[in-house]
Design a protein around this ligand. Structure first.
Ligand code: COI
Length: 355
C-alpha cells in the first residue's frame, strides 16, 4: 500500500500547479512538431477587414490548388513563445512586436493583416486554450506560430482574393540538436539568402525554402547552421538560416544592420537593449567577415533559437574557435533574457504579457 501511495505521489507534477498536463516526455523536448489541441482561424472579408476569429481543433485546412500562397508564395509567418511560471501563469514575450512585424511583412507582400489587438488576442487565446501543452517551468516553452496567407484562388500573378490568418502551437525545447552546446557554423559562399530590394527583411515564407539546400549540405558536413554573406560583395555578414548573429570584441557587440536583407528579430532587438543596459557598446553596421573571424565571441539570437553561443566558424579553409561558457557575454545576456521571459527577473520594460 505504501509503495502504491508513493507511486501515485510520483505521478504528481513536481511544480505548484494543479493544471492537467498533456502526455509528453517533457524532459526530452526538441524542436519537432507536436500539435497542441487548438488552432485559431480568422478570415479576411472581401473589403480587406479581418473579422472575428475562432478556435477549432488543430487539423488540416482546405485550400484551392490555385491558392495564392501555394502558387506564388504569398504568405508571412511569425514565431513567439509562451512560458509557464511556477505559479501556473503563462507569460508571453512581446507579442505586440510580432504583430507589428507581421503587418510590415504583409504590406511588403501586398496582403491585408490583422490589427495588433487582433493578433495579440489570437496569441493569448492559443496559449490559454493549449495550456496543457505549455511545458513545466524550465523544460521548454509553447512555440506559437501565427501564419498569414493568400488563401483565395488566383491564376494570373496578382494578390489573392482572400486571406486567412491561422495560429497554431507546439511545445518545444532547444532548437538545435546540439541542445545548449556551442554551435559550429559554416560561412556559405555559393548561395545567398537575400538580395537588396528583395524580401529578406520580412518574415516571408519565401525566405525559407531556398535556404534548405545549402543548409542540408552544411549539416551533412557536421555544421549546425549556415552564416550567409551579402549578395553583392560576398564579404559582409548577414544572418544564419534560422537566426540573427552578433559578434563580440572586448566591450563592443556588433550585429549586421537591418537594411532590407536581414530579418528584424525581436530577440535581436531585445538582446541589443539588454546589452546596452549592461554597458556594452552595441553597434549595428556592415560586419566584415574578417571581423567575424577575429572576434572574441559570436552568438546567435532568434525566437526558436533563443541566445545560442557559437563555438566555431569555418570560412573557406579556416576554422576559428570562440570564447563560450558561463563567463561569456553571450551567457550573461542570455540569462537576463531568459529571466525576463520566464518571470524570474522582474519585467521593468513592459515586455511581458501575463495570462
Ligand atoms: C523563429 O525563430 O521563430 C523562426 O521563425 C525561425 C524558424 C526557422 C524556426
Amino acid at each position: 500500500q505504501a509503495a502504491s501511495a508513493l507511486q501515485e505521489e510520483r505521478k504528481k507534477p513536481t511544480h505548484q500547479d494543479d493544471d492537467e498536463y498533456a502526455d509528453m516526455d517533457w524532459d526530452n523536448l526538441g524542436f519537432g512538431l507536436t500539435p497542441a489541441d487548438y488552432m485559431y482561424v480568422m478570415k479576411c472579408s472581401k473589403d480587406g477587414e479581418f473579422t472575428k476569429g475562432e478556435l477549432s481543433r488543430f487539423g488540416n485546412i482546405q485550400l484551392s490548388p490555385s491558392a495564392g500562397v501555394l502558387n506564388y508564395g504569398q504568405g508571412v509567418y511569425e514565431g513567439t513563445k509562451a512560458q509557464r511560471k511556477e505559479n501556473g501563469k503563462l507569460l508571453l514575450f512581446r507579442p505586440d512586436q510580432n504583430a507589428v512585424r507581421m503587418q510590415i511583412g504583409a504590406e511588403r507582400m501586398l496582403m491585408p493583416s490583422p490589427s495588433v489587438d487582433q493578433f495579440v488576442d489570437a496569441v493569448k487565446q492559443i496559449a490559454s486554450a493549449n495550456k496543457r501543452w505549455v511545458p513545466p517551468p524550465g523544460k521548454g516553452s509553447l512555440y506559437i506560430r501565427p501564419l498569414l496567407m493568400g488563401s483565395g484562388p488566383i491564376l494570373g500573378l496578382a494578390p489573392a482574393p482572400e486571406y486567412t490568418f491561422i495560429v497554431y502551437a507546439s511545445p518545444v525545447g532547444n532548437y538545435f540538436k546540439e541542445g545548449v552546446a556551442d554551435l559550429n557554423l559554416y560561412v556559405e559562399e555559393e548561395y545567398v539568402r537575400a538580395a537588396p530590394g528583395g524580401a529578406g527583411g520580412v518574415k516571408s515564407i519565401t525566405n525559407y525554402a531556398p535556404v534548405l539546400k545549402a543548409l542540408r549540405r552544411a549539416k551533412s558536413r557536421g555544421f549546425s547552421d549556415i552564416l550567409y554573406l551579402d549578395a553583392v560583395k560576398k564579404k559582409y555578414l548577414e544572418e544564419a538560416s534560422s537566426c540573427n548573429v552578433f559578434v563580440v570584441k572586448g566591450r563592443t557587440i556588433s550585429t549586421p544592420a537591418t537594411s532590407g536583407t536581414i530579418l528584424e528579430g525581436i530577440t535581436r532587438k531585445s538582446v541589443m537593449e539588454i546589452a546596452s543596459d549592461q554597458g556594452y557598446q552595441v553597434v549595428e553596421k556592415a560586419v566584415h567577415v574578417d571581423e567575424v573571424m577575429n572576434a572574441d565571441e559570436v552568438f546567435c539570437t532568434g525566437t526558436a533559437v533563443g541566445v545560442a553561443p557559437v563555438g566555431t566558424i569555418t570560412y573557406q579553409d579556416k576554422r576559428v574557435g570562440y570564447e563560450t561558457g558561463d563567463e561569456s557575454v553571450c551567457q550573461k545576456l542570455r540569462s537576463v533574457l531568459v529571466g525576463l521571459q520566464t518571470g524570474t527577473i522582474e519585467d521593468t520594460k513592459g515586455w511581458i504579457t501575463c495570462i
